[in-house]
Design a protein around this ligand. Structure first.
Ligand SMILES: [Zn+2]
Length: 364
C-alpha cells in the first residue's frame, strides 16, 4: 500500500531562500511549458520533452533531471485535465527523484538540487517515518506548507497477509467518546472538544472584527483545529488496531454512511460537533492501519446498533432513556449506551463472517 512520509526539512535562512527561488523558478517553467503544450496541442511527456527540453534548460536554468521532472509534472496535469493550460502556483510542490536528491548523514540530511547547485539540508525523521522510508520509491515532492519545508516521499509499504479473525473488536464511533470498543474501552474526544470550543470562541470574535487580518487568522484557526483532530484520530486508530492485533481479533465498524443518520443532532451545538468531528477520517485511519497490520476489518449494518439490547436483542426507542444510558425495556439490561452499541457491532461483525454468534462467544 502506498503511504506518504512527510519529512521536515530544517534549512538555514539562506538555504530556505534558495529553495524558495528554486520552487518559484520550476513553477514558472512548468506554467510556461503548460501554455506552450496546450497551444500546440502537445500533451504527452515524450512529445513535450521533444518540444521544450532544450528551452527549459536554457531559459529557466534547470538541470537535465529537473527539466525532466518538470516535464513529467506538466504531462501529469494534462492527464487530469486536457481542457485548460495548467497554471502552477509559485509554491506548488516540485517532484524530485534519486538523480537530484540523495539522503546523506544516515538520513539526517538530504542533498537537493537547487538553482545554486547541490545543497545539503538537514531533515528530521521520526521513528515512524524512518520505518516508512525503508520502502521509499524513487520520487519525493518538495513542498512549502505554511512556511515550513517538507519532502513528501511516497513509500510502497508491504501489506501483511490478513489473519483469520476468531473474534471481532466492535468499535462504536460517537460524540462524547470518539470511539468505544466492545471491551468497554472509551477513547475520549475531550482534547478535540476542548480545542473546538476554544477555537469557536476566538472565531466569533474574529468574525465580528471582519478585517483582512482577522480573516487570515480565521483561516489559520480552521487549520489548527483540523490538525488537533487529525492527531487524536491517529492516536485512537493506532490504539484500536494494536489491541485487535495483539488479541488476534478483527475490527468491526459501522458502515460509515450510516453514522451521520444515526447520531441525530439535537441542538445546534451537537450539530457543530458532528460537522467538525472527523468520523470519516477516524474510520479511514482505522482501515488503513488495520490493512497494514493484516487485521481484517468488517463493515456492519449500522441500523439500530444503539437501540438494540445486546443481551436479549430487543429493539426499542425507549431503550435509551438518555444519550448516555442504555436500559432495556424487555429484559432490564443496563449499560453505557456506547458500550452496548459496540457489543452489537462486534456481534454483527461475527454474524457477517461466521453465521450466528454462539452463546459461548457471547459470554466471553
Ligand atoms: Zn434486553
Amino acid at each position: 500500500m502506498k503511504l506518504v512520509a512527510a519529512l521536515k526539512l530544517t534549512p538555514s535562512p539562506e538555504q530556505a531562500a534558495c529553495l524558495r527561488a528554486t520552487l518559484v523558478r520550476c513553477n514558472e517553467a512548468a506554467t510556461w511549458l503548460g501554455q506552450l503544450g496546450f497551444d500546440a496541442g502537445i500533451l504527452g511527456q515524450y512529445a513535450l520533452h521533444k518540444l521544450a527540453y532544450a528551452d527549459l534548460r536554457s531559459r529557466f536554468g534547470l538541470t537535465a533531471q529537473a527539466a525532466v521532472r518538470t516535464i513529467a509534472k506538466v504531462a501529469d496535469a494534462f492527464k487530469v485535465n486536457k481542457e485548460v493550460a495548467p497554471a502552477f502556483r509559485p509554491n506548488a510542490a516540485q517532484p524530485y527523484d534519486d538523480r537530484i536528491m540523495r539522503f546523506v548523514q544516515d538520513g539526517n540530511a538530504v542533498s537537493l538540487w537547487t538553482l545554486q547547485g547541490r545543497m545539503v539540508i538537514s531533515c528530521t525523521m521520526g521513528e515512524h517515518q524512518r520505518r516508512l522510508m525503508a520502502y521509499r520509491k524513487g520520487e519525493a515532492d518538495l513542498c512549502l506548507i505554511r512556511g515550513k519545508w517538507f519532502l513528501a516521499a511516497t513509500c510502497d509499504v508491504p501489506e501483511a497477509e490478513p489473519f483469520d479473525a476468531e473474534d471481532w473488536l466492535g468499535v462504536d464511533l460517537g460524540l462524547v467518546s470518539l470511539a468505544v470498543d466492545s471491551d468497554g474501552t472509551a477513547y475520549s474526544g475531550e482534547a478535540v472538544e476542548r480545542a473546538r470550543r476554544h477555537h469557536q470562541k476566538r472565531r466569533r470574535g474574529l468574525q465580528k472584527c471582519g478585517t483582512k487580518g482577522a480573516k487570515r487568522r480565521l483561516r489559520k484557526l480552521a487549520g489548527k483545529q483540523a490538525r488537533v483532530q487529525k492527531h487524536i484520530n491517529h492516536v485512537i486508530s493506532k490504539a484500536l488496531v494494536r489491541d485487535a492485533e495483539r488479541t488476534g481479533r478483527g475490527i468491526a465498524l459501522e458502515e460509515l454512511k450510516g453514522i451521520r443518520a444515526r447520531v441525530t443532532a439535537r441542538s445546534g451545538d451537537q450539530r457543530a460537533r458532528l460537522g467538525n468531528w472527523g468520523f470519516a477520517q477516524l474510520g479511514g485511519f482505522v482501515a488503513y492501519k488495520a490493512k497494514r497490520a493484516g487485521v481484517p476489518v468488517a463493515y456492519v449494518d449500522p441500523r439500530n446498533t444503539s437501540r438494540q439490547c445486546h443481551e436479549c436483542g430487543c429493539i426499542d426507542k425507549r431503550n435509551r432513556p438518555n444519550q448516555a444510558t442504555f436500559k432495556c425495556v424487555g429484559c432490564g439490561h443496563e449499560a453505557a449506551a456506547d458500550t452496548n452499541a459496540a457489543r452489537n457491532i462486534r456481534q454483527r461483525g461475527w454474524a457477517g463472517h461466521r453465521g450466528v454468534m454462539t452463546r459461548e462467544v457471547l459470554a466471553a
